[in-house]
Design a protein around this ligand. Structure first.
Ligand code: NDP
Length: 322
C-alpha cells in the first residue's frame, strides 16, 4: 500500500480506501462485509468511508459491527461519516441539513452506529442553503474541540462555498475544513481538476474521491448490457442507472476502447481506471466500492499498475476519451 497525506494535514491515508455506499446493508451482509473489510485491512487499507444516509444508517451499523468483530486497533484506521441527508427514511426538518442541531446530533448517532468514540473525518455531504455557513463551521469546531471528530470537510460543495467556510473559520478563529469528497473518474473530472484547483494551494485541502469506476461503468461490465444483480439493477436506483449510462449510452460508448488498452498493460479495465485516478497528486485517497470480495481483490491490485503510467500512456487515454 501507498500512504498519502490528507492535503496539508499530518494524517496519512492509504491511497486506496473502502466505502459502503449502496452495498453495505443492501447487497452485502455481515459476513461478506467482514471478509471485505478484513481483506482491505490485510492489504494496508486504513480508511473506511460511510455516511448517515447510506441505507438509512444500516451501512454504518453494519460497519460498526464488523469493526467490533475484527478488533482492529482504533489508532490504526480511520473512519468517516457524512451529515446532511439524514438517516431517517423521511427525515423531519431537524433530522437533516447542516444546522448546529443536526450536525451535532448526527455525529452522536454516527458514533453510536459505528461503535467508535470519535470519527476521524466528518463531512458535510452537500451544502445547505438553509443554514448560514458560520453556524455549520461553529458546530464542526465544537465537535473537534470536544474530541468527537478529528478533521472535518465537505462533499460536493462548490468551490465558492468552500472559500466561504474558510473565510468564516478564519474570522472566528475556528477549525476550517481540510478535505473535500468529490466524484472523480475518467468521465467526471472538471470539478477536481479545474474548479477546485485554487483550493489545494490556498487551503492545503486534500480529497477523498468517490466513484472511481463511475458506479462500475469503468470496469467495462456494462458494454454488453446491464448484468442482473449489478448496482444499476438495484430497486430505487433507477435514477443512477439513467445517470451512469447517460443519454443514448454516450458514456458507455466512450469506455468501449478501454479494455483493449488495459489488456495491453496486463491489467483489467477497472484497474486502469483506478490507477489513473491515483496519478492526480491532489487525490489523497481513492475510495473503492465493491459488492464482492473478488472485485475488491482485483481493485486493490490497481496500485501495481501505477509505475506504468507515463505521459505517453496518459495521452493515449485522453485520446480514447476525447
Ligand atoms: P465505484 O465507482 O468503484 O463503484 C463500485 C461498484 O462498481 C461496486 O459496488 C460494484 O457494483 C462495481 N464494481 C467494483 N469493482 C468492480 C470490478 N472490478 N468489476 C466489475 N464491477 C465492479 O465506487 P462507488 O460508487 O461505490 O464509490 C466508492 C465510495 O465512495 C462509496 O462506497 C462511498 O463510500 C463513497 N461515495 C461518496 C459519495 C459522496 O457523495 N460523498 C457518493 C458516492 C460514493 P456491482 O457489483 O453492484 O455492480
Amino acid at each position: 500500500m501507498q500512504y498519502r497525506r490528507l492535503g496539508r494535514t499530518g494524517l496519512q491515508l492509504s491511497a486506496l480506501s473502502f466505502g459502503a455506499w449502496v452495498t453495505f446493508g443492501r447487497q452485502v451482509g455481515r459476513s461478506e462485509a467482514r471478509e471485505m473489510m478484513a481483506l482491505a485491512w490485510d492489504n494496508g487499507v486504513n480508511f473506511f468511508d460511510n455516511a448517515e444516509t447510506y441505507n438509512h444508517g444500516e451501512a454504518e451499523r453494519l460497519m460498526g459491527d464488523v469493526l467490533a468483530d475484527l478488533r482492529f486497533p482504533r489508532d490504526s484506521y480511520c473512519v468517516s461519516s457524512k451529515v446532511y441527508f439524514g438517516a431517517a427514511e423521511k427525515p423531519r426538518p431537524t433530522q437533516r441539513g447542516l444546522s448546529r442541531k443536526h450536525v451535532i446530533e448526527g455525529c452522536h448517532q454516527a458514533l453510536e452506529r459505528l461503535r467508535v468514540g470519535h470519527l476521524d473525518l466528518y463531512l458535510c455531504h452537500r451544502p445547505d442553503p438553509e443554514t448560514p455557513v458560520e453556524e455549520t463551521v461553529a458546530a464542526m469546531d465544537t465537535l473537534v474541540r470536544q474530541g468527537k471528530i478529528l478533521y472535518w470537510g465537505t462533499s460536493e460543495w462548490p468551490a465558492t462555498a468552500i472559500h466561504e467556510a474558510h473565510r468564516a473559520a478564519q474570522a472566528m478563529h475556528m477549525y476550517a475544513p481540510v478535505v473535500e469528497q468529490p466524484q472523480y473518474n475518467l468521465l467526471h473530472r472538471e470539478r477536481v481538476e479545474q474548479e477546485y484547483a485554487p483550493l489545494y494551494d490556498s487551503y492545503g485541502m486534500g480529497t477523498t474521491i468517490w466513484s472511481p469506476l463511475a458506479s462500475g461503468l469503468l470496469s467495462g461490465k456494462y458494454s454488453q448490457g446491464v448484468p442482473q444483480g449489478s448496482r444499476l439493477t438495484q430497486p430505487g436506483y433507477e435514477w443512477l442507472r439513467d445517470m451512469v449510462l447517460g443519454e443514448q449510452g454516450e458514456r458507455a460508448e466512450k469506455v468501449k476502447q478501454l479494455p483493449a488498452l488495459a489488456a495491453e498493460l496486463g491489467a483489467t479495465t477497472a484497474q486502469l481506471a483506478i490507477a489513473w485516478c491515483l496519478t492526480n497528486p491532489h487525490v489523497s485517497t481513492v475510495i473503492l466500492g465493491a459488492s464482492r470480495k473478488d472485485q475488491l481483490e482485483q481493485n486493490l491490485r490497481a496500485l501495481d499498475l501505477l509505475p506504468k503510467f507515463d505521459q505517453a500512456l496518459k495521452e493515449r487515454i485522453e485520446q480514447l476519451l476525447a
